[in-house]
Design a protein around this ligand. Structure first.
Ligand SMILES: [Zn+2]
Length: 235
C-alpha cells in the first residue's frame, strides 16, 4: 500500500511540465512573459491568460523540460538567465543577464549602489538578487523599515486614544524609508454617525499629527467632541 501511494504521488508531480509563456510578439515591450506549470499546453495557456487578463488566443506556450523539476516558488532566477532572460536585482536595480557573473565576478565600477561584491545571481525568479550581499542588505533594510512602521503605528494609536475615545480605527497606511525615517502615516477612523469617516496624518516634515475630515461629517465630529468634553467633565 505504501509503495502504491508513493508511486501515485511521484506520478502526479512528474506529469507537471514547465511552459514558457507569453501573450504577444517577442519584440513588443508590453508583452508579458512567465513560466507556468501545467499538464498540457492548453492548460498552460489558459492559466497564463487568466493571470494576466490577456486574450487566450494571443498566448503561446513552449515546453521547457529543464524547468520541469521546479515550482513557482523554487525556480531560481539563474535558471532563467541561463535561458537568456533578464532581470533587475530587487536590492540594487542592477541588470542581471548572462554576462553578470562573467564580468570579473564583481559589480562594474559605474554601478554606484554599493561596495564591490562578488556577483552570483541568487533568489527565486520572483525575487532575484545580484549577490548574497545584496540579498541580506535588502532583508536588513526591509526589517528596519517594518520595525519603524510598527513603532509609528503605536505612536499614532496612542496619540489618537489620548485625543478622542469615540473613534474606531479602521486601518492605516504607514510608510517609512529603508533608513527607518517616516515618509507619511495615515490612520483611518470612523465615529458615531459618520458617513465618510476621517483620518489622522503625520508627514516627514511636520512632527504634528493632523486631522482630516469631510465637510459633510465635520458637524458630527464636532458634536462627538463636545459630547466627550462633557463626559470628561462629569466623571
Ligand atoms: Zn543587487
Amino acid at each position: 500500500m505504501v509503495g502504491r501511494s508513493q508511486k501515485s504521488r511521484r506520478g502526479k508531480a512528474g506529469n507537471m511540465k514547465a511552459f514558457i509563456v507569453s501573450d504577444g510578439p517577442a519584440d513588443y515591450e508590453d508583452t508579458n512573459w512567465g513560466v507556468v506549470w501545467a499538464k498540457t499546453v492548453f492548460v498552460a495557456r489558459k492559466k497564463f491568460a487568466n493571470q494576466h487578463g490577456s486574450d487566450y488566443r494571443d498566448v503561446t506556450a513552449r515546453h521547457e523540460p529543464t524547468l520541469d523539476q521546479y515550482t513557482d516558488e523554487t525556480l531560481p532566477a539563474s535558471k532563467l538567465v541561463d535561458l537568456d532572460w533578464q532581470f533587475d536585482c530587487v536590492g540594487c536595480g542592477m541588470k542581471l543577464d548572462s554576462f553578470t557573473e562573467l564580468d570579473g565576478g564583481y559589480a562594474p565600477e559605474e554601478d554606484q549602489f554599493g561596495p564591490p561584491r562578488p556577483l552570483e545571481i541568487c533568489g527565486n525568479w520572483r525575487m532575484p538578487f545580484c549577490s548574497e550581499y545584496c540579498r541580506s542588505d535588502y532583508e536588513r533594510r526591509k526589517a528596519a523599515r517594518l520595525q519603524a512602521q510598527d513603532k509609528i503605528y503605536d505612536e499614532m494609536f496612542s496619540h489618537i486614544r489620548q485625543v478622542v475615545s469615540f473613534v474606531k480605527i479602521r486601518g492605516s497606511k504607514i510608510y517609512c524609508n529603508d533608513f527607518g525615517q517616516l515618509r507619511y502615516a495615515e490612520v483611518y477612523v470612523t465615529f458615531p454617525h459618520s458617513t465618510h469617516g476621517a483620518f489622522f496624518r503625520k508627514d516627514e516634515d511636520a512632527g504634528k499629527v493632523r486631522f482630516f475630515c469631510s465637510d459633510y461629517d465635520y458637524p458630527v465630529w464636532r458634536s462627538c467632541c463636545a459630547w466627550e468634553r462633557q463626559r470628561k467633565f462629569m466623571f
